[in-house]
Write a protein that binds this ligand. Structure first.
Ligand SMILES: Nc1ncnc2c1ncn2[C@@H]1O[C@H](COP(=O)(O)OP(=O)(O)OP(=O)(O)O)[C@@H](O)[C@H]1O
Ligand SMILES: [Mg+2]
Length: 510
């Protein structure tokens, strides 16, 4: 507010954003069942809930992307759904979606100014836009050249550019759909300071997350959706972590992590002097039957590249991979699958899932060829196998024929995991297995991982989630610059200063 503005009575001022009795169904299945929610200027509200609870749907309705079946959305007193999709823009509501929407081939400044370029008598004012973009990036503490190509930047930076774009259009309410799920821990800190900065400028923020630490770090208030109902709406200060988790999953969560199994003696996976193209190395490591080996490291340490090379997605420059003593000769995913190696990749949108196909096909993807020529009897067996696998990960879907595209993010991850529960696997490679997955499902996925290990799989798991690495691994390797910088035994992992030690090893400080 400028000093010259007339004083307003805050209690009578309309809320920045108000959802009243929002109902929405997809294909006759209710997803939101009468949700009311008010966002005030200068506050940060966390929107929590299990995968599929309806968070993204609510955000899309509150930002004018979807129309509710009934109910209303008011932005500072005006009806958001009265007009066309431009209405949200005019009223100052912006959404930064769960899947980033920036244009990778355009520069940073072009992305910021897309659709509202600065024009002068001589056409586009390129210089003015670059300058303006530079100023904005500075305000948000991002040291990036505004002319850099968007696609060349880390996801965390791209996301902040999207936020800048949203605020630049004069947004009064910004909805961030799982802004931290695709970015590294360090980038989360920057994101949090950006959010605080916006709050201090009077913006009303709503964000979704599956991480309690983030809720604690930044939220003023917590709202929880469960099965399409709003079941909790309170100031954060009045709530314990258990209150929030219990509201989310509708019961008390016992231990997040299961007891570890005892690994066997036999070596299953051997990686021998493997030189990963473009990511350093060589790397040598081995995993025994029933053993879970955690791979820790900072972003860019080469973990994903290593795992993709083991699975044959990338061709190594040298070295070899052996499973139960047998060399995997060819470098292709089909050779890896034949050698009984399975992977749950980091990027479920890219390598993980085929969004246009349904749950059934996605869950049987590695063995689709053998199924497609199969008899009706085999098709029945396939359905039964997939049904069992999806039940064991507690998939929330409308059935095996629902398209992947319409599943919530965490449920897509479960399908990608379930896919390996239907066939023979000796080596299970997991890359950030619980990214974007809610706590309830996370504890289930941990139980599944330990169960698979105790059935005899050798598990190699890259994770940026420290508690996950510390609690599940029998042994952990810290990667830096494409190489294994250190190995930590189970005893090391039980030490109280281990997190600090891993961080120092990963960043080369010790
Ligand atoms: N376009 C659509 N068509 C059909 N069903 C949909 C569509 N969009 C969402 N759904 C269904 O609505 C439910 C809620 O989905 P939504 O994406 O809102 O969940 P979410 O709370 O954001 O979950 P996550 O934490 O996994 O992101 C899910 O069961 C999902 O499958
Ligand atoms: Mg979502």
């Amino acid at each position: 507010m400028r000093p010259t503005d007339p004083p307003s009575d805050a209690s009578n001022a309309p809320s920045t954003l108000e959802c009243r009795g929002i109902e929405k169904a997809f294909g006759g299945v209710p997803v939101l069942k009468g949700v009311s929610l008010t966002l005030e200027a200068g506050t940060i509200t966390a929107l929590a809930g299990e995968n599929g609870a309806g968070k993204s749907t609510l955000m899309k309705i509150a930002s004018g992307q979807y129309r509710p079946d009934s109910g209303e959305v008011f932005v500072r007193g005006e009806d958001l759904h009265a007009g066309n999709t431009q209405m949200a823009h005019r009223l100052g509501v912006s959404i930064v979606p769960q899947e980033l929407a920036s244009v990778p081939d355009l520069s940073v400044y072009e992305n910021i100014f897309i659709g509202r370029e600065i024009r002068g008598v001589f056409g586009l004012q390129r210089k003015a836009m670059i300058e303006e973009a530079r100023k904005n990036l500075e305000v948000f503490g991002v040291n990036v050249d505004p002319t850099a190509r968007m696609g060349s930047l880390p996801v965390g930076i791209r996301q902040i550019v999207e936020i800048i774009k949203a605020t630049n259009t004069g947004a009064k309410a910004i909805l961030l759909d799982e802004p931290s799920s695709a970015i590294a821990e360090r980038e989360v800190e920057r994101l949090i300071s950006v959010m605080r900065h916006l709050r201090d400028r009077g913006v009303a923020l709503l964000f979704t997350t599956h991480k309690m630490e983030e809720i604690r770090a930044v939220a003023d208030r917590v709202v929880v959706l469960r099965d399409g109902n709003l079941v909790l709406d309170q100031p954060l200060a009045l709530l314990t972590d258990d209150d929030i988790v219990t509201a989310m999953i509708g019961r008390e969560l016992e231990d997040l992590f299961p007891d570890r199994n005892t690994p066997g003696e036999e070596t299953i996976l051997e990686i021998d002097n493997l030189e990963v193209d473009g990511a350093g190395g060589p790397v040598s490591l081995s995993v025994r039957r029933g053993e879970i080996v955690g791979l820790a490291g900072l972003v860019g340490a080469g973990r994903t590249e290593l795992l993709e090379t083991v699975f044959g997605i990338r061709r190594p420059l040298g070295g070899e991979v052996r499973v139960s003593g047998r060399v995997v000769k060819k470098h292709s995913p089909s050779a890896a699958i034949a050698a009984k190696i399975a992977i749950v990749p980091e990027d479920r949108k890219g390598a993980g899932a085929i969004l246009s196909m349904d749950v059934l096909d996605n869950a049987s993807l590695p063995r689709l060829a053998s199924f497609s020529t199969a008899s009706l009897l085999k098709q029945g067996a396939r359905r039964a196998a997939v049904r069992k696998a999806t039940e064991s990960v507690r998939l929330k879907s409308r059935g095996l024929n629902q398209s992947m595209e319409t599943l919530s993010g965490g449920n897509q991850q479960k399908v990608v995991l379930a896919r390996w529960l239907t066939g023979p696997v000796d080596v299970l490679i997991l890359d950030e297995p619980t990214r974007g997955v809610d706590v309830g499902a996370r504890s289930e996925i941990y139980r599944i991982i330990v169960a698979l290990a105790s059935q005899g799989m050798a598990v190699l798991m890259a994770s940026s989630d420290m508690p996950e690495v510390l609690s599940l691994s029998h042994r952990a390797l810290v990667m830096r610059g494409g190489e294994v910088a250190a190995e930590l035994s189970r005893d090391d992992l039980d030490r109280t200063d281990v997190q600090d030690k891993i961080f120092r090893l990963a960043s080369g400080l010790s």
